[in-house]
Write a protein that binds this ligand. Sequence first.
Ligand SMILES: NC(=O)c1ccc[n+]([C@@H]2O[C@H](COP(=O)([O-])OP(=O)(O)OC[C@H]3O[C@@H](n4cnc5c(N)ncnc54)[C@H](O)[C@@H]3O)[C@@H](O)[C@H]2O)c1
Length: 338
Amino acid sequence: MKGALIGCGFFAQNHLHAWRDIVGVEIVAICDSDPERLKATSIAFGISRTYEDATQMFVELDFDFVDIATTVGSHRALVEMAANAGVDIICQKPFSENMIDARAMVEAVKIAGKTLMVHENFRWQSPIQAALEVVKSGAIGEPFFGRFSFRSGYDVFTGQPYLAKGSRFIIEDLGIHILDISRAFFGDATHIVATTQRINQSIKGEDVATMMLTHEGGATSVVDCSYATTRMPETFPQSLLEIDGTQGTLRLDAGYRLTVQVGKEVQKDVSPSILPWAQRPWHNIQESVWIIQQHFVECITAGTQPETSGLDNLKTLALVEAAYLSAMNRTIVQLSDI
Ligand SMILES: NC(=O)c1ccc[n+]([C@@H]2O[C@H](COP(=O)([O-])OP(=O)(O)OC[C@H]3O[C@@H](n4cnc5c(N)ncnc54)[C@H](O)[C@@H]3O)[C@@H](O)[C@H]2O)c1
């Protein structure tokens, strides 16, 4: 399977490492409008076909899929270009800044008859998958309450300076992942209510968000996110979970400790592996990049829809939009209105 990658920035380096580790895949070309980043990535990964303009790359090259690892503003143009070129697509989150562009991208790829997956990797983290397995097995009974928590004081702005500049920050960038984890456990939501705060006055957007969701099956979940929480040990980039079921409870605590209580308590270390190219504390995320990209390849090979397809991601994006609307208007928002 031949692929091309667009966007050779901060996070794409993980994508390229992961592609190198997936048997049967070769990245044959890379593209970035910034010549310096393009050159540095070309040297680092030994990929000689380089393009500053994606249009040119689609005209000149023959490949099966494109990996879009650029920031959100460029996604619609690139996804539509890829759909017209008739290649399968994996695109980074946030998939879109609004529902209109998101729906248009899903439609364009549907018409092209190709696969569209969103690189929504948090639910693919191996500790999250371990917790999901327990809940899906029915071990704690019917889950009726969940808390999905990401609280950190880690400096994300040095590696990703654009995060300090947008009027939207934590829900669109990080909360989107945690909302998606909540969907993975409890299914789709019908309503959401949210508050936002800006604690760090040197950034433009909100850095704290607290959201409460009502799910279709009746369960309630709380999704709380903060980049203004300084505590030891720093848990970045771990998502912590608590799930109450009718027969017992599950917790994923700091240090990747999974505790299941059904009568007696059972604890398990579900730490992610540290891939040869990974570094702490990012190894959890880096492993999930490798896992999600494998899932993309498996789905294309089998002709099945990815779990985090473009169509599926519309539901996660709707939660993001609804959370901002709720926080702005101080109201409960119904997801069917988004
Ligand atoms: N899933 C995760 O865990 C995770 C973690 C970090 C970042 N991300 C996401 O990855 C995406 C990229 O983030 P980043 O921090 O690497 O950003 P970045 O700014 O470091 O890199 C983006 C690169 O894309 C290039 N680019 C932008 N538009 C282009 C276009 N039209 N054609 C060619 N090149 C173009 C830029 O020149 C830049 O080099 C973002 O959407 C971000 O939210 C995801």
